[in-house]
Design a protein around this ligand. Sequence first.
Ligand SMILES: Nc1ncnc2c1ncn2[C@@H]1O[C@H](COP(=O)(O)OP(=O)(O)OP(=O)(O)O)[C@@H](O)[C@H]1O
Length: 229
Amino acid sequence: MFNIQALASGYGQSEVIHQLDLDVAKNEIIAVMGRNGMGKTTLFKTLMGVLPIRGGEITLDGKRIEKMDSFQRVNAGLAYVPQGRMIFSTMTVLENIQTGLPASARGKVPQDLYELFPVLYDMRKRKGGNLSGGQQQQLAIARALATNPKVLLLDEPTEGIQPSIIKDIARSLKQIRDQRDLTIVVSEQVLSFTMDIADRFFVIDKGSLVYENTRNNVDEKTISQYLSV
Ligand SMILES: Nc1ncnc2c1ncn2[C@@H]1O[C@H](COP(=O)(O)OP(=O)(O)OP(=O)(O)O)[C@@H](O)[C@H]1O
């Protein structure tokens, strides 16, 4: 459903992602695990078209997207929650969500988004910058979902968030996958979080995928070794 073949990208003279292949099925949750600097953000930026691709193909629901601009990829069904959340801190919660809505929605937030994240309804008139880290993460996810995606990319969603809220986010992501038939690719360093949500695990090391396994067969020790410095 979401297929990446021989993807290469990087910055200036240096290639960061090398010949990366990934095939994600509809409704699947995939975890891409790796230490700082191994290429997770570079991979996601390339998938979104924020960073130009240097080689390879990206197919989403049968459509080749690697030559598209970012906004066209969003129209094709790709959504992105960047590392650090990047919400608009001086805009209200409602306005933040509205930036993700298609024009046809006329600014009306779908009820199911507020049902997923009731705190966002309670805080809809507050400035985004006044929310806690966990609430901002929920807002960033809601904003991405407002585009009604087929595939959601989440870059290190647990970074800087307290453990009880991490559990809430895991619960919401599973609920969203089931309710919206969504496919999710999440990059992470926190194994307990991905053990909670992922169907399949990959490890990225120096821009290449070096380990893959399904949830039932995953070897936590091996993954932990890649994650430890
Ligand atoms: N704008 C940039 N210009 C040049 N090199 C970069 C740039 N951004 C990242 N890099 C390099 O690319 C490599 C991969 O970085 P990337 O941010 O993708 O890693 P990451 O796995 O997402 O780690 P982190 O969790 O720290 O963000 C690193 O060696 C990094 O130094």
